[in-house]
Design a protein around this ligand. Sequence first.
Ligand SMILES: Cc1cc2nc3c(=O)[nH]c(=O)nc-3n(C[C@H](O)[C@H](O)[C@H](O)COP(=O)(O)OP(=O)(O)OC[C@H]3O[C@@H](n4cnc5c(N)ncnc54)[C@H](O)[C@@H]3O)c2cc1C
Length: 394
Amino acid sequence: MVHDLIVVGAGPVGSLLASIVAEAGYDVLLCEEHKIVGEPTQCAGLVTERALELAGIGRESILQEISGATLLGPKMEKIHLSSPRKKIYSIDRVLFDQTLAVRAERGGAELRLDTRIKSIEVRKKRCAAHLADGNIEEARYVAGCDGPASITRRAMGIGPPMSMLSGVEVEARTEGCSKEILLRCGRGIAPGFFTWAIPAGDGMVRIGLAVEPSMSKQPAKRYLERILNDPALLGLPGSADSFHVERWIGGGIPLGPPLNASASHMLLAGDAACHVKATSGGGVVMGLRCAGHGARAIMDALDHGKGLESYDHMWKKDVGGELRRDWALHKYYASMDDEKFSWAFNILSRPDIVKRINGLGDIDYPSRLVLPLLLRRPGLLRMVPGLLRGYVWP
Ligand SMILES: Cc1cc2nc3c(=O)[nH]c(=O)nc-3n(C[C@H](O)[C@H](O)[C@H](O)COP(=O)(O)OP(=O)(O)OC[C@H]3O[C@@H](n4cnc5c(N)ncnc54)[C@H](O)[C@@H]3O)c2cc1C
């Protein structure tokens, strides 16, 4: 039997894409290599209201509404941000992923767990997916939503991401958990990226960080252990003994400027295509947006017997500019030493700038803040050549 579509990976992006296509009446096979959808988690679970809207599911995965954020610099310089109108949540990622997978099944997709796809080839206008158990499944199209180490990406002949951050996090129980996020940057703290503490409801906090491996002297886990041994490094109250670690998670965060993510019979969405904001490592909202575009391109191709090239046009028009600007911001940020961070904190902590960030800031579209801030504080203009370099030369 030849399916209309095989989706590789039942993460949030694969399940949403499978739902949309299956709900329209097409034959969809959704393959997930793990026995349980959503496990193991590789996420801090911080999303905006948009993630829930795009997923088209209820609010049951929300663990905690976030009330604000404190950004800390290398010398513990502080910027406090709060924007009550913009809803940001920490969610239960396992439940979020599972709810989306249930939506796909209810919509008519066949969800096959414990089913790893080893390789994919296109023969005679059909895609043949070779499963790890030796079986072969065929489909007219394949959507690769198989995360940072995508095998679909390889099958399409696309090279690895420009950068793969190494992320690690613990979920720890503690008393007197705040409703705010803490973020700290600095070369000695998390080279090339930053560290975070995100409340996750019911006395839980997610403490984690990501590092740029090429800039790090030790594995990401060592940097996190330093913070767990001395929580004050991240501005957390209490001693190491006041955090009871319940689980460790980790994973790669693929970054890079947008590439083409389609071939005649295959496309990539989500982490597999680096649909991730390089400023924050957040990929849920961008990935879900691209899942919608992918589903539309596939249904159009199924109806009219054509290729998937329109997909690239759709997702680039929607989020390609933001992703490219975020990549330039990331490259600039990763090149900053602690002195430069302190200089930036000094400017960004001024009340008029904080007001602007609170008013205009949107964590799903961070680059939209750049121009208003440059216009407000011409001192920041010295960043422009570096930003342009990152934008023009990936
Ligand atoms: C430490 C860390 C913290 C993060 N925090 C946040 C955050 O707070 N907010 C946010 O928005 N993003 C965050 N992210 C990023 C976010 O987790 C990803 O962007 C998001 O999960 C992407 O969804 P996806 O469906 O594309 O891929 P994934 O969630 O990775 O799902 C891919 C699925 O494909 C399956 N799969 C892979 N290969 C195969 C195969 N060959 N055959 C069958 N199945 C396969 C996998 O098992 C997996 O279930 C974080 C990432 C890390 C590592």
